[in-house]
Design a protein around this ligand. Structure first.
Ligand SMILES: [Cu+2]
Length: 148
């Protein structure tokens, strides 16, 4: 009888565990922006210990909208392209020169040390709140593009 009860409790716990026990976000950061800039880029590592999922959207009170972009090399030029989802199997990395979140029409400049609240929307896991820490303007591999 006692064992039966324990099994029931365990099943209940599994059924109600938040989907996000499986998905975690590491090292979420955004680049500081130059005065007057309308967009900012955000990076992170998404880890997924569960079944494959897809990031299908993101939003932030700091920007009019948040798009998902990938960067593609086209000869010497790198171009950004908007995508509708990122496939997240075991992990997915957003990094300078690659995939990134694009904060469009930011409401105020992103300044170093600031924390930008972001809601990530996963196809299966639902919504997840996180924070992007704003780093230096020159952080990452795109610093040399400044001034173009
Ligand atoms: Cu972009």
């Amino acid at each position: 009888m006692k064992l039966m009860k324990m099994v029931t409790v365990t099943l209940f716990a599994l059924a109600t565990a938040p989907a996000f026990a499986q998905v975690t976000v590491e090292n979420a950061w955004a680049r500081a922006t130059a005065p007057g800039a309308k967009v900012a880029a955000g990076y992170m590592v998404i880890r997924n210990a569960g079944a494959a999922d897809r990031l299908v959207g993101a939003s932030s009170p700091a920007a009019e909208r948040v798009e998902m972009h990938v960067t593609q090399r086209d000869g010497d030029v790198s171009r950004m392209r908007q995508v509708l989802a990122y496939e997240v199997k075991d992990s997915f990395e957003l990094k300078p020169g690659g995939a990134h979140l694009m904060f469009v029409n930011i409401k105020a400049p992103f300044t170093e040390g600031q924390k930008i609240p972001v809601v990530l929307k996963f196809e299966k896991g639902g919504e997840m709140k996180t924070e992007f820490h704003v780093g230096r303007i020159t952080a990452g591999s795109h610093g040399h593009h400044k001034g173009h």
